[in-house]
Ligand binder design. Structure first.
Ligand code: GLY
Ligand code: MN
Ligand code: MN
Length: 486
């Protein structure tokens, strides 16, 4: 039995589908013949190859003599025989460079010790030959159903990895040796590898932390993701009039960004937050079913994931009708200043948490100026104070890359307590959220929520704002909207 047939999902639901029409033996025979060869043309080595090679060499040095396994993950069932679109595990993608369009569910990437280092081996479910019946009978893997997969040879050429059929994995793993796996992604393979919880946790930590400083390939892919996302923001503004004209207009805006994500990228990097009016005060508002009303602000947090799986993460807060009210602008400027201060604190040698602290100074000052902070700014900024955080309960940023919250298995001392280095890529995203029932504020302020989020590369000379093409200052935001809506 191969890994694909044993995957985490409901193969059974596919095998017994009541609406399928039985296929006669004569048809099965007939389908074996009369097919021309159909090789892919234009398969060239992928630009990620020199970079993934260096990543694997670093990994090999850390784990001499140990077999290392990275599952791509399996299809995840949405309902019955419908799956979610497949998205490979980030570590699998990072060590192989395989782009989304070429990823095959239930694949494995293996680093096999060879005495002096490791051999890189890929196990995939390749294109099924015309003499098996999978290509037209299997609704989950068949070429007639989901399209053509690459052959072993095509995969080797494109990604520079020795590639084998996933069917041979059980035999391969029967030769037991010390093994570490990213567990929880492929139940079948997990069952074939003895568990060592502590060592696997350390492995997950090490492989997550390896991604914390980006190489040039990653920086270039991130810039692509950001540039596509910026175009997606323009798409969204263009549909504001349409969004205002119907109930649940947030969905109109959400759809415009999704269209850009699918056109130029793989998908959304995370569910878009399209939060009109007081929805902006819900940090992860993804229902996006609200009306879009002139006079309100709309907070939009959205990022495109490009084919290499890198994602942007950008937030802007727009006045729906193109002009901020005085109260909206006042709150907006607190956040704007907080973000400026945060970005200024991003430099090599600074602590990761410094930019959050810099943001918080401005948030606390802003609250004090508005007369809602019951203690002094100084006292509020003390760890035992923190009252200004009533209006920004979350942090002010995170590492960004192949995951929107990248390097998530790093420990506190490696992340929040660590020092920034050139090549790190983070978001700076302060906000000021006045809940609609916050009676400390006069009515005109209640329900105003503002966040400004940019994607920042740490360079030797300080912060580079990779998402700078999207205006931030309120005057520039108004001018930008006017241009797009004229
Ligand atoms: N979009 C998720 C975040 O900003 O962290
Ligand atoms: Mn973010
Ligand atoms: Mn965000």
């Amino acid at each position: 039995m191969n890994s694909a047939n044993n995957s985490n999902n409901n193969e059974k639901a596919l095998e017994v589908r009541t609406h399928d029409i039985p296929i006669a033996d004569a048809m099965t025979e007939f389908m074996k013949e009369g097919w021309a060869p159909s090789p892919l043309t234009g398969v060239n080595p992928h630009p990620s190859i020199p970079f993934t090679k260096i990543r694997r060499e670093r990994l090999s040095k850390q784990y001499p003599g140990i077999r290392l396994i990275f599952p791509s993950g399996s299809l995840k069932v949405r309902s019955n025989d419908s799956d979610y679109p497949f998205r490979a595990h980030s570590a699998y993608s990072w060590f192989t460079g395989i782009i989304s369009l070429d990823c095959v569910p239930d694949s494995l990437f293996v680093m096999e010790p060879n005495g002096s280092g490791h051999d890189a081996l890929l196990f995939i479910h390749p294109r099924s030959p015309r003499d098996s019946d999978e290509f037209y009978k299997n609704a989950r893997h068949g070429e007639f159903w989901i399209g053509r997969r690459m052959t072993l040879e095509e995969t080797e050429t494109k990604y520079g990895l020795k590639t084998e059929k996933i069917e041979s994995i059980e035999e391969f793993l029967a030769n037991k040796k010390d093994t570490l796996i990213i567990r929880g992604e492929d139940k079948h393979i997990d069952g074939l590898v003895a568990e060592n919880e502590e060592k696997e946790k350390e492995f997950l930590n090490f492989t997550s932390l390896m991604r914390i400083v980006k190489d040039q390939y990653e920086i270039d892919e991130m810039q692509k993701a950001i540039d596509v996302s910026v175009r997606g923001f323009a798409d969204m503004i263009r549909v504001f009039p349409a969004a205002i004209s119907v109930p649940r207009g947030e969905r109109v805006i959400e759809s415009a960004f999704y269209g850009r994500a699918r056109l130029e990228g793989n998908d959304l990097g995370y569910p878009s937050i399209v939060a009109s009016g007081a929805h902006a005060c819900v940090l992860h508002w993804i229902k996006n079913d609200g009306d879009v009303l002139p006079g309100d602000l709309i907070l939009i947090d959205a990022g495109v994931e490009v084919e290499s799986h890198y994602t942007a993460d950008i937030t802007r807060t727009f006045p729906v009708n193109g002009k901020f009210t005085e109260a909206q602008r006042q709150i907006y400027m607190i956040v704007y200043k907080a973000q400026q201060a945060g970005i200024a604190a991003v430099k090599p040698g600074a602590k990761f948490k410094d930019f959050h602290n810099a943001c918080m100074v401005e948030i606390a000052k802003g609250a004090a100026e508005l007369g809602v902070l019951p203690i002094s700014v100084e006292d509020s900024l003390k760890p035992e104070g923190g009252l200004h955080r009533r209006w920004q309960v979350c942090g002010s940023g995170h590492h960004l890359g192949i995951d929107v919250h990248d390097c998530a298995h790093a420990r506190k001392e490696q992340y929040a307590e660590a020092v920034l280095e050139a090549g790190m890529l983070i978001t700076v995203e302060p906000g000021f959220y006045i809940q609609p029932d916050d009676m400390l504020f006069p009515e005109e302020y209640r329900g105003i929520g503002v966040r400004i989020e940019d994607d920042i590369l740490v360079t030797e000379s300080g912060a580079k704002i990779m998402s700078n093409a999207l205006p931030r200052h309120p005057d520039e935001v108004e001018a930008y909207m006017a241009k797009l809506l004229k």
